[in-house]
Design a protein around this ligand. Structure first.
Ligand code: PMP
Length: 315
């Protein structure tokens, strides 16, 4: 992967600092034990300026993740939402990825986290198409990973916590080394869970299916958006446990996630999905989704938060 494109400033505990000065101590708890929770959010370019997709829901999930790990952020959800808006504005970004992170900072490196400060940072920077420029139209080839997703009652899959991404890294490394764009993890019972950083949907005989929370998935915000859009487009949608082989016989498959947006999956384990091209239902859902986020269709669900110019002055 290419290195990231720097922007000017990063928000750290309430203040903007220069990108290159946004540092932590090497004995910060988070570095040793993965004790962080975070979000990944996109802001899209629209004719009315940058618009952040489902900011409120992302920050709500951030606070839920923190709650699971008994981390008490020192800022309110409203303050963090405001800071996300300001971080986009101060960096004069038209379109970007926003990364808020709440983490256990520097005090001691005992496994017992009590007494560590709960620090917060927010960065915003340009980011292109996660699985390559063609992925949205041409689709991607994936494999079933040999690593399972976290078993229930081991690491909470519903928390978007730093430590969970060790499992994601194993899956991703395996996929890339084997020449695939991504790996799909099964859950501990062998049912379809999710990709290393995205939720999974299947279209089977006109019905849209996706694994339930009980299949060790993250409760994706794009997933929830697609469930809503697909229902309103008139499709039948169902959250259901999915056996691995359903992926081989599905008519269409697609990933959803902030990074991948809505990306067709055109082969699994070298087996073509349908005719091996993006399917019509995937395309219909993409059109509905991108229409809204790019401001070309009305924001009928109130999903966008615009970044006013004034936020740049305030920040
Ligand atoms: N699953 C995992 C493991 C993820 O990391 C992500 C990305 N946050 C998703 C699913 C998709 O979630 P969202 O649509 O909220 O980005």
């Amino acid at each position: 992967m290419a290195n990231m494109i720097k922007s000017d400033k990063i928000w750290m505990n309430g203040e903007f600092v220069a990108w290159d000065d946004a540092k932590v101590h090497v004995l910060s708890h988070v570095l040793h034990y993965g004790s962080s929770v975070f979000e990944g959010i996109r802001a899209y370019h629209t004719k009315n300026g940058p618009a952040i997709f489902r900011l409120g829901e992302h920050i709500e999930r951030l606070f839920q993740s923190a709650k699971i790990y008994k981390m008490k952020p020192t800022f309110t959800a409203e303050q963090i939402e405001r800071a996300c808006i300001d971080t986009v504005a101060v960096n004069k970004l038209k379109e970007c990825y926003i990364r808020p992170l709440v983490y256990r900072g520097y005090a001691h490196v005992g496994v017992n986290p009590i007494g560590t400060p709960i620090d917060t940072m927010i960065a915003a920077y340009p980011w292109g198409k996660y699985l390559g420029d063609d992925a949205l139209t041409k689709g991607v080839s994936v494999k079933i990973g040999t690593w399972a997703r976290m078993a229930p009652n081991t690491l909470p899959a519903m928390a978007k916590a730093g430590g969970n991404y060790l499992n994601s890294q194993l899956l991703k490394l395996e996929a890339v080394e084997d020449g695939y764009a991504e790996a799909i993890a099964l859950d501990v019972n062998g049912y379809v869970s999710e990709g290393s950083g995205e939720n999974m949907f299947a279209v089977v005989k006109g019905e849209i299916l996706t694994p339930p929370f009980s299949s060790s998935i993250l409760a994706g915000i794009t997933r929830a958006s697609v469930l809503k859009l697909a229902t309103d487009l008139g499709y039948t949608v169902r959250e259901t446990v999915m056996p691995r082989e359903l992926l081989y016989v599905a008519d269409e498959l697609f990933f959803t996630g902030t990074a991948v947006e809505i990306t067709p999956v055109t082969s699994v384990d070298h087996i073509a999905v349908g005719n091996g091209e993006r399917g019509p239902i995937t395309k219909a859902i993409q059109d509905a989704f991108f229409g809204i986020v790019k401001g070309e269709l009305p924001d009928r669900y109130g999903w966008l938060t615009s970044v006013p110019q004034a936020a740049a002055q305030r920040a």
